[in-house]
Each structure stands twice: as structure tokens, then as C-alpha cells.
Design a protein around this ligand. Structure first.
Ligand SMILES: Nc1ncnc2c1ncn2[C@@H]1O[C@H](COP(=O)(O)OP(=O)(O)OP(=O)(O)O)[C@@H](O)[C@H]1O
Ligand SMILES: [Mg+2]
Length: 357
């Protein structure tokens, strides 16, 4: 049963409270809860008691109302109704409710996505305009270099101009990549191949130094439906971040396992657990300071002098496009671990809001 249900009698005693209700309220069922005054059983949830009391007082009972349970950080949507006897007297009340927390989170993500889309359009325009003059600067500095072969100072200044222009151009290219709407070219993708390729590319992107890499792949790893190229970019970015964090010494552990997502109780049309592949990229570096964990996925957030801050923003975008999820676990003692979860079969919709209304 996916709905929470609470039924109370007119005398204020609890007649029924189902398991889902206990779960949503983060309560454990007491042996003698039934028959006790509901205000007592729900003493940690006075907001719910208040709603139940109101069921006997209001002439129009609320239908589909949202209520935020602050201390457990949940949102529920509830409906109240009265139970009447043959004479039309209210002898009890029932509250039906659903945990809407997940739906809320998805809506929040949707809003963020919309905001990024319009921001992205503007950024794409700017990036496009910048590309040409930057290429021009690089080419002309190169021409000028040939005209002043004798001057050492001029040579080194012009070399600096060229490398700065190159850097600026690389950022613009990355930015264009970030703001461009993602179109996945879904094909049968071997995760092991993708990871191998990502390690090679990461070595070109960042300094590996003496960093050791352990790769641990489950033997039952299936081929997944995904965009090989873009998934490769996800892991390239994660591994190169790990190299950056380790500054030449330490360990990167990469693992891939088969797992599954339980069906989400918030959504009606679930079809049982969805098989997923979970890839973890962990390093024993300094970790991400806890005050930054909310920000590192933001575009342009970087703590590196030469960073563009787009690496993780692109990662998240690609993972999202695969209906996947990315989680970060980090501490100064253990280092940083990124967990990427993607469904084995595309279009499974396990992470897309399949709203019931
Ligand atoms: N493995 C990690 N360990 C510690 N900090 C990390 C790790 N990965 C990311 N970060 C932090 O997150 C920030 C953002 O990372 P992101 O990949 O988005 O950008 P960047 O690496 O700074 O620049 P870019 O990847 O565009 O060159 C980094 O600057 C760093 O502070
Ligand atoms: Mg990066």
C-alpha cells in the first residue's frame, strides 16, 4: 500500500494507522497504539493531530492539501473525510495521504533545468561570438611571431598570448558543450570499455603523476543502453578531478556493479525494481569541504586557478539525460567518492516524474 492512512474515532482514540503512515512520519509502531488517544500516539507530530481534530470541526473538509513536516523534512499531500453513522453523525475521521517529497524534489530539478535552459541560450550566443575573435588573436599572434624572430622578449610575450588565447578558447568550447541541449546517441555500451577509455583521456586532461588506479568491475556487468561518448566524458571528468585532487600521489578506485532501484512508492505506474549500473570513482584526496558540496555541480564553480568549473556541471547534465543520478560522499579522512547510477535499459523512466494525476 502506498498511501498513508490514519483513522480516528470521535472519542479521540486511534482506530487505524498503517505501516506507510508510520514510515512517512518516521515513527515506529507501538504494540498498544490502537485504541490510545491519537494525540498521544502522534505527540511527535502535533501538526497531524491538529489536522485530525479539525476533521470534526470543519464543515468543508480539505481535499488534496499539502503539508510540510518540518523536522523530518517531508512533504505530504492529504485528504480528510468523515465516517458517519446511519443518522449522519460523524463517528470518526480518516486521513489519506501520500509522501510528496520525491515529487517536490523532481519539480525543483525541473525548475532548475528551465532556468539553466534560458541562461544557456544566452551563454551559447556569447560563447559563439567569442570563438572567432579568440581564434583570430591566436592566429595573428602566430603570424607576428614569425615577423620578429630575433627578439627573444617579443617571442616569449607572443607565446604567452597564444597560450592564453588557447586556454580561453578551450573554456568557450567547454561552455558551448555545456549549454548545448543534450541529444543522446543511445547504443549498446560496454561500461568496462568506457571506463578504460575515460582513464586514458583523463591522463591527457590532468596530471596523473604517481597516482595508482584500481579498477574493479563486477563479472555480471551487463551492456547498457547509453551514449558511449558522453558517458565517457562523465568518467573522464570524474577521474581527472580525482587526479587534480591528489596532486600526483594517492589512489583512485573505480568500481562498477550491477544493482537495482526499488520501485518508487510515490509513483503509480512502477514496474518493479529497475536494474541499474552503479559506477563509483573514489580518491583518497583531501575531500570536498562540506560547505562546498552544494556548489561543486554549479556551472563555473571551481577552486582551481585554471579550472573552468564546468566539469561536474557537464557530468550532471549527461547523467540526468540518461535518467541517472549522481551522489557525492566526501570527508577529509576518506577522500571523495562520486557514485553514478544509470539504468541498464534506456527509457525506463525510473527517475522521470510519472505523475499520477
Ligand atoms: N575528487 C575531488 N576531490 C576534491 N574536490 C573536488 C573533486 N572533484 C571536484 N572537486 C571540487 O569541485 C570543483 C568543481 O569541479 P569541476 O570539475 O566542475 O570543475 P574544475 O575541475 O574546477 O574545472 P574543469 O573540470 O572545468 O577544468 C573543483 O574545483 C574542486 O574544488
Ligand atoms: Mg574538473
Amino acid at each position: 500500500m502506498r498511501n498513508g492512512v490514519i483513522a480516528v474515532r470521535r472519542d479521540g482514540t486511534l482506530a487505524l494507522m498503517n505501516d506507510e503512515a508510520y514510515r512517512i512520519f518516521s515513527m515506529t509502531r507501538g504494540l498498544d497504539d490502537m485504541g490510545r488517544p491519537f494525540t498521544e500516539v502522534l505527540r511527535t507530530r502535533p501538526d497531524i493531530s491538529r489536522v485530525l481534530v479539525s476533521a470534526f470541526e470543519l464543515s468543508h473538509l480539505p481535499n488534496r492539501v499539502e503539508l510540510r513536516l518540518k523536522d523530518v523534512d517531508r512533504v505530504i499531500g492529504y485528504t480528510l473525510s468523515q465516517v458517519k453513522d446511519d443518522d449522519g453523525q460523524a463517528i470518526g475521521a480518516v486521513m489519506y495521504f501520500k509522501d510528496l517529497t520525491r515529487v517536490e524534489q523532481l519539480e525543483e530539478r525541473e525548475r532548475l533545468r528551465d532556468r539553466l535552459a534560458s541562461l544557456g541560450e544566452m551563454a551559447a550566443g556569447i560563447a559563439h561570438e567569442l570563438k572567432n575573435p579568440l581564434a583570430g588573436i591566436e592566429v595573428m599572434a602566430g603570424l607576428l611571431r614569425r615577423q620578429v624572430p630575433a627578439s627573444k622578449d617579443a617571442q616569449s610575450l607572443l607565446a604567452d598570448i597564444m597560450s592564453e588565447a588557447k586556454l580561453a578558447n578551450a573554456i568557450v568550447v567547454e561552455m558551448l558543450e555545456f549549454v548545448r541541449p543534450i541529444r543522446l546517441q543511445v547504443e549498446r555500451t560496454d561500461v568496462a570499455d568506457v571506463l578504460q577509455q575515460a582513464i586514458t583521456l583523463a591522463e591527457q586532461k590532468a596530471k596523473r603523476g604517481d597516482v595508482k588506479i584500481d579498477v574493479n568491475l563486477a563479472s555480471d556487468l551487463p551492456v547498457i543502453d547509453g551514449d558511449q561518448h558522453q558517458l565517457c566524458q562523465v568518467f573522464t571528468n570524474l577521474v581527472s578531478n580525482a587526479f587534480d585532487a591528489l596532486e600526483g600521489k594517492g589512489r583512485v578506485a573505480i568500481s562498477a556493479t550491477l544493482s537495482s532501484i526499488e520501485e518508487d512508492p510515490t509513483f503509480a505506474q512502477s514496474h518493479g525494481p529497475t536494474p541499474t549500473v552503479v559506477v563509483e570513482v573514489a580518491d583518497n584526496g583531501p575531500g570536498v569541504p562540506s560547505e562546498l558540496t552544494d556548489r561543486i555541480f554549479n556551472p563555473f564553480f571551481t577552486t582551481k586557478p585554471q579550472g573552468s568549473g564546468l566539469g561536474l556541471a557537464i557530468v550532471r547534465k549527461i547523467v540526468d539525460a540518461h535518467d541517472g543520478q549522481i551522489d557525492l560522499y566526501s570527508s577529509p579522512e576518506t577522500g571523495t567518492r562520486f557514485r553514478v547510477t544509470v539504468p541498464v535499459a534506456s527509457a525506463s523512466g525510473w527517475f522521470k516524474p510519472q505523475r499520477t494525476k
